[in-house]
Design a binder for this molecule. Structure first.
Ligand SMILES: [Zn+2]
Length: 160
């Protein structure tokens, strides 16, 4: 399995975006962060997101704040399912109650671990929908997650 570093563009349909936002909002109404994975296939230098995948997740709320926990069995089953369906994990999208940024926890416990893949953080529990301008977008490099500028994000992610 090769990485995604050669990918020049991520294409995602509005239906995938809407379903993702709907889930993040529902979690947010209960006061929890939510996580949606974007899966799909590669077409040369374009990664095409074909569906949102919501893994079984346990919202956590502690003195340290809120977060999301996904157990090892869920991750294993997901990887088997992806492999069987010839799908790739392209991006993780999760919500924050307030500002969009990668927290230390986000850096250390990413579900997406493929170089070149994306991580998008949606602020305010996705109440205001998905505007790339309001989200924080990161791409995984060998050295770790690097935040993209607004312009870089807009050039890389195409919502169609
Ligand atoms: Zn986070």
């Amino acid at each position: 399995v090769t990485g995604l570093e050669a990918i020049k563009r991520f294409r995602v349909g509005t239906d995938v975006v809407e379903k993702s936002i709907e889930f993040l909002r529902t979690a947010g109404k209960m006061g929890y962060e939510g996580l949606v994975l974007w899966v799909g296939e590669l077409q040369e230098a374009t990664a095409v997101v074909t569906m949102p995948f919501v893994p079984k997740q346990f919202p956590m709320r502690s003195e340290a704040g809120i977060g999301i926990y996904i157990d090892a069995d869920t991750l294993y089953e997901m990887n088997v399912w992806l492999h069987r369906n010839r799908l790739r994990l392209l991006a993780q999208v999760h919500s924050h109650g307030e500002h969009a940024y990668h927290s230390d926890t986000d850096n250390s416990f990413s579900i997406v671990t493929t170089v070149g893949a994306l991580s998008i953080v949606v602020p305010h529990f996705a109440k205001n929908g998905f505007a790339l301008e309001s989200c924080a977008v990161y791409r995984l490099h060998l050295a770790g997650w690097m935040e993209l500028s607004r312009i870089q994000a807009r050039q890389l992610i195409m919502v169609t």
